[in-house]
Ligand binder design. Sequence first.
Ligand code: ATP
Ligand code: MG
Length: 211
Amino acid sequence: MSTGAAPTRIGLFGGTFDPPHVGHLVTAVNVGHALSLDVVILMVANLPWQKEGSRELTDAADRLAMVEAAVADVPGIVAGRTEIDAGGPSYTADTLARLAGEHRGAELFTIMGADAAAGLLSWDRYEEVIAGSTLVAVDRPGAQVPLPDGIEWIRVEVPRLEVSSTDLRSRFADGRPLDYLVTRPVLEVIAERSLYGARPDLWSRSDAVRT
Ligand code: ATP
Ligand code: MG
């Protein structure tokens, strides 16, 4: 955390993280670096209301355990459980208000990937998100995300890794490799908790292939 007069700079990177992958981590690390953030919080949605009903979500506690494992050895990135502790549907406007209360005087940044940024105007009380934080849109090098008009954004270019949780879930389902798309500590949690239909020896099987 900062010392002296400069306010603490906190990045809020929200998601379902079902599961968390290297695209999330590369984004968090690079935005944190580019904007000199003291910390980036990977905030695990309790009930992502925009995804509700579209498919069965992994339990919030399991998604939190995966994110905690993903960031355990990553300086400056932490797992956030504010939305899980609050319960119910998760709204970034509420989360920002809670963070502002917990970290008086901090400067808050709401970090959004391309799809999230493009959909900002569909968020519940998006005006509060705009008023309560600096918006950060993650661009891929050389290609700018089209953003809603009339709103101020900071754009940060991050190497774009074409990986999504949706693709990872289908990889689990049909047994394709997950190597280098999900970090080892996350795979260990997935195996221990038998998530996504994974067998407990998920990782040891990969090890056997590698050695
Ligand atoms: P799903 O496929 O289930 O929608 P996802 O991979 O998009 O999952 P989310 O948890 O929905 O992950 O996304 C959380 C945040 O991470 C969003 O702001 C999203 O835009 C961003 N994000 C997702 N994938 C990437 C990626 N490969 N690179 C950078 N940002 C990403
Ligand atoms: Mg998504």
